[in-house]
Design a protein around this ligand. Structure first.
Ligand code: ADP
Length: 427
């Protein structure tokens, strides 16, 4: 829940706390995790050589491949008797990685999710419609625990079965929903299609995450469901959802990272060198307080930038929205492309709805991107005119010629609650 003593801690004191926690973490890792012990030995470092977060750059990154080569439990810092829950990543990019939690870790998870929900507008006494998948994926149980900890009534709907979700939204009258942004789009679209008046729903706040999204989707969801939509970010390796959260009164200015527990860096994707605030690179986390599965400089592969917001309510650092994963970046005729860049351009043109996907193929030796996009309901712009306008805007903004294919409303695959793949690579 809201914890001003921590969330508004002056930066100097926050650093002091982080440094104390980091020193304790390093001592634990050196003693309890052979992988890290070996790394220190290889570098000729003693735990005492790392005194503060400024020293972190001396240490190597932990990568997903390290997790895979110690599959399933090789990096756990605690014996199985101390583990109370095991989750696994959804395996979007290869074999799942396995993570464990002690009782204290589960309490930490509850605390950061409760903090996040409060930041998103939720309050004790409200009802949470939890449409994240329950199971090995951290989304469902993670949001559930945090909401209960805050004093909300949780409706554990889980993903899919849109018909039932709509009934629950109407009959149970939850004030808050959490799900993926693409699924919120699906729900908003279904409300419109079935003539469900969002004004008759109690829903006021949508807490959306688990996949990249932009302002275009925010607007569609906010209008379609009559909510305030904010971004929640997290990954199972670090804890799950609740690593960072956007404040409902500071929309569009990035998400607060709960950096008393998760220390972030942004580094150059090629050289690994730490980048100054404001520059975009790969997000890296050191988990300062986790017991069962602590990680040092974990390479998330997510691309964003960090900055301190002088106008923010809290002192913790903010991260920009995730552009995509480093390995999701398409390189088309030498130009780097994330699907979120296309989404941003679509957003500037009122003739389109943000239901889109990119089809990547090859024409001769050249890569070719086709943007399939649905027109906005009720748009009066002629098809060819709209097509040309979008193609020109994409070329002008991103610097790439792409084909545009207009699709009838409802024809592009919708999210059923999981992460939606907006890129179809046919190369
Ligand atoms: P997997 O890597 O198998 O998808 P997770 O379920 O742990 O495993 O998902 C974590 C990943 O989901 C993050 O590393 C990030 O790429 C993505 N993600 C989570 N929340 C967001 C968000 N709010 N915005 C963009 N991407 C997100």
């Amino acid at each position: 829940m809201y914890n001003p003593a921590i969330e508004q801690l002056p930066l100097e004191e926050l650093r002091q706390l982080q440094n104390e926690r980091l020193r304790a973490l390093i001592a634990r890792l050196y003693q309890d995790v052979p992988f890290y012990h070996q790394q220190f030995n290889n570098l000729g470092l003693q735990p005492g050589d790392i005194q503060s977060v400024e020293d972190l750059h001396r240490l190597p990154f932990t990568r997903k491949s390290d997790l895979r080569s110690h599959y399933p439990y090789g990096l756990f810092a605690r014996p199985m008797e101390d583990i109370r829950r095991i989750h696994a990543s959804s395996g979007t990019t290869g074999k799942a990685t396995v993570v464990g939690y002690t009782q204290n870790d589960l309490e930490l998870f509850d605390e950061v999710v409760a903090r996040s929900l409060y930041c998103a507008g939720a309050r004790p006494g409200m009802k949470l419609h939890n449409a994240y998948g329950y199971g090995l994926f951290t989304g469902g149980l993670g949001m559930h625990g945090g909401a209960a900890h805050m004093g909300m009534a949780v409706i554990p709907v889980s993903g899919g079965m849109t018909e039932r979700q709509l009934t629950i939204l109407q009959d149970f009258q939850p004030e808050v929903i959490c799900c993926t942004p693409s699924y919120a789009q699906t729900l908003a679209g279904e409300c419109a299609r079935r003539g469900i008046d969002p004004e008759k729903l109690a829903i006021r706040y949508a807490v959306l995450g688990a996949e990249p999204w932009t302002e275009a989707i925010r607007q569609q969801v906010e209008q379609g469901l009559q909510v305030k939509a904010t971004n929640i970010y997290g990954l199972s390796e670090v804890i799950g959802p609740g690593v960072s959260q956007e404040d409902v009164e500071e929309q569009g200015s990035g998400s607060y990272i709960w950096e008393d527990h998760f220390f972030p860096e942004v580094v150059d994707r090629d050289t690994g060198q730490p980048l100054p605030y404001g520059e975009e690179g790969v997000l890296v986390f050191t988990t300062l307080t986790k017991e069962a599965f602590p990680l040092l400089r974990y390479w998330t592969n997510d691309i964003c930038s960090l900055y301190y917001d002088p106008n923010g309510k809290r002192t913790h650092i903010k991260m920009s929205g995730i552009r995509g994963r480093a390995d999701d970046m398409l390189i088309i005729r030498g130009v780097n492309l994330f699907h979120t860049q296309v989404e941003e351009v679509i957003h500037t043109l009122p003739a389109f709805s943000p239901n889109y996907r990119l089809i990547v193929g090859r024409q001769g030796h050249l890569d070719q991107v086709t943007v399939e996009v649905e027109t906005a309901p009720g748009t009066s712009v002629a098809a060819t005119e709209a097509q040309d306008e979008l193609a020109a805007a994409l070329k002008g903004t991103i610097g790439l010629s792409m084909q545009v294919r207009l699709c009838p409303p409802g024809s592009i695959p919708r999210s059923e609650g999981g992460k939606l793949n907006r890129v179809l690579d046919q190369r």
